[in-house]
Design a protein around this ligand. Structure first.
Ligand code: GLY
Length: 416
């Protein structure tokens, strides 16, 4: 993956920063979710379905990284060395997607663009081919279904591929969803389930006698809650008033993404998600039924910078063009950058923290859209029982507290 670090870390937006927390006032709800991206929304929806009174605090629910993300559900093709524990959670969420999509469509009356299209990951030169062979071996060792194809077989599946494609992996289980539709449907499903929305910025966490008791908004209004969930994506670590030892260790990882449109006369341009390693860089092309073609993504460590750069657009188009030369004929309709919430081990932080009443649902990094269904279930379980279900035990935020780091096997497992 392209990585760029220039040592420059821009100041975070002031939205989650502010004055010390005051005492909460007003009628308390059971659960206050800070952040109305897909992770906060799915947490709110699932918690409301379990009978909890839930409020989401966000000036623009349904916004955030989902407005940029491509929506690949790529548990197998995006497997990385050292992420075996995360793989289990990714697969658990991928398995949930068909039922989750059907339920959410029913609950919201909106289609979320879930498409069981499969994925083809290809290589363009000998080094890329060696890289993909290694990935295939890792997939097979991990018990995953992935078939090696030669170049001709790849082009038979996707005739728009460049003649130089050397081979690839056919992964019929890696699908896609439309993250913008997903976010919009979750907002409606939440509303219909009785979730209340406070369209404002949370300024500070309120803590009374070693317990989180809600948040104070930017205008000074205090909202009280039995439990507070920080689900603010890459900003989750910036809320004032959160004690240092339970602050979410997340950082923004910038991704630039392009959207093109396939005119009807060119359809079907691609029939499935196509991704590639092009001379060491990763690029993916996600074709939607609507004709939208999403091309992503850079991976840059530049703080809270969401500038779309000429270099980012150039690199993505250059690599996409090597892979599918016909792409340069298509209208370029949108360029945008978003921020992945990166955690120290690339895995999410889910459930109760060491501060009573405070939960985290953040740090999903490259897998926020994929992990949306399982995150909703895990968080609803944690909010109703106080415990993480077994399938998510390794993702406790407590793995990053210092006492835990000295004794825990979690990190070793995640980085082995
Ligand atoms: N999972 C795709 C990305 O993070 O760019």
């Amino acid at each position: 993956m392209r990585s760029r670090t220039n040592g420059k870390t821009e100041a975070a937006p002031s939205s989650l920063e502010g004055s010390p927390a005051g005492s909460p006032e007003g009628p308390p709800c059971d659960v206050l979710v800070v952040g109305g991206g897909v992770i906060g929304l799915v947490t709110a929806w699932r918690a409301a379905q379990r009978g909890l009174a839930v409020t989401v605090v966000d000036p623009e629910p349904g916004g955030g990284a989902a407005q940029v993300a491509a929506g690949m559900l790529a548990a197998v093709t995006e497997l990385h060395y050292g992420e075996q524990t995360l793989l289990g959670l990714n697969l658990a969420s991928a398995r949930r997607y068909p039922d989750f999509a059907a339920e959410l469509t029913e609950a919201s009356g909106q289609d979320i663009g879930y498409r069981a299209c499969g994925t083809l990951a290809v290589a363009l030169d000998a080094d890329d081919r060696a890289h993909l062979r290694d990935l295939h071996a890792l997939q097979v060792r991990s018990g995953l279904t992935s078939e090696w194809l030669n170049g001709r077989e790849c082009r038979r599946l996707e005739p728009m591929l460049a003649p130089g494609v050397r081979g690839g992996l056919r992964v019929d289980g890696d699908h896609q969803v439309d993250p913008r539709r997903l976010a919009a449907a979750l907002v409606v499903a939440c509303e219909r389930a009785g979730v209340r929305f406070t369209r404002a910025w949370a300024q500070a966490l309120s803590v009374v006698r070693d317990r989180a008791t809600g948040v104070v908004l930017a205008d000074g209004t205090a909202l009280a809650a039995g439990q507070t969930v920080l689900a603010g994506g890459s900003l989750s670590g910036r809320l004032a008033g959160v004690p240092e030892e339970v602050t979410a260790p997340v950082r923004p990882v910038k991704g630039q993404v392009l959207r093109l449109t396939v005119p009807r006369r060119y359809a079907p341009f691609l029939s499935r998600t196509v991704r590639a390693v092009v001379r060491g860089s990763h690029v993916y092309l996600v074709p939607r039924v609507s004709g939208e073609l999403v091309v992503g993504a850079t991976s840059e460590e530049l703080g809270w910078d969401t500038t779309v750069t000429a270099g980012g657009v150039y690199e993505l188009l250059r690599d996409a063009h090597e892979l599918v030369p016909g792409i340069t004929e298509l209208p370029l309709t949108e360029t945008r950058a978003g921020l992945r919430p990166g955690s120290p081990d690339n895995a999410p932080l889910l459930g109760p923290t060491a501060l009573a009443g405070l939960h985290l649902a953040t740090g999903h990094h490259r897998n926020g859209i994929l992990l949306t269904p399982v995150t909703g279930d895990v968080m609803a379980h944690a909010l109703t029982t106080g415990e993480l279900p077994d399938e998510a035990a390794a993702f406790t935020p407590r793995r990053f507290t210092s006492a835990h780091l000295n004794s825990s096997k979690h990190l070793t497992e995640l980085s082995a």
